[in-house]
Design a protein around this ligand. Structure first.
Ligand code: CMP
Length: 146
């Protein structure tokens, strides 16, 4: 079935590798249904990665993700969650280079922290993250004020 995943081009890769990564996404048959380029606040980065808050690298991760612009995307395709994870490759680029040399992390990641891209692990989390990043589509016309 067609499904959506939340994909992020992280701050280490956006400046240098934006075009190559977007090219991969298009050639991979994904539709970029929604897109937002922004600098995450620390609070947003903490919320985004709250599943990892007890990990020893959490502080570093939040610092890294909020240090410059990210591109956040809802990608649509058949099997999007799994396909995007395959395109990214393993978390650690050293491992990616061995097992998936054509993957984005093998080609563009700096290290296990600054690993160029993110993708949701399953459909349920993808839906939660897409809602967190893009909000409720029905409220988009609402005007804040008064
Ligand atoms: P991501 O797939 O976005 O999910 C969690 C992120 O934490 C991961 O990519 C890396 O950016 C980071 N990360 C995971 N493991 C480590 C680690 N051992 N040391 C530092 N950062 C890590």
């Amino acid at each position: 079935p067609r499904e959506q995943t939340l994909a992020v081009i992280k701050p280490d890769a956006l400046e240098e590798h934006r075009e190559e990564i977007l090219e991969h996404i298009r050639k991979g048959g994904f539709t970029i249904s929604r897109v937002k380029e922004t600098v995450l606040s620390k609070e947003m980065a903490e919320e985004f990665y709250k599943e990892h808050r007890d990990k020893p690298f959490f502080t570093q991760l939040v610092e890294f993700m909020s240090r410059g612009p990210c591109m956040l995307m809802a990608l649509t395709k058949e099997n999007a969650v799994e396909e995007w994870r395959a395109m990214m490759g393993p978390t650690d680029p050293a491992q990616a280079k061995e097992v998936a040399p054509d993957s984005l992390r093998a080609r563009f990641a700096t290290d296990i922290l600054q690993n160029c891209v993110h993708g949701s692990t399953d459909r349920e989390r993808a839906a939660i993250k897409i809602h967190f990043v893009f909000g409720d589509i029905r409220s988009e016309g609402d005007v804040a004020g008064d």
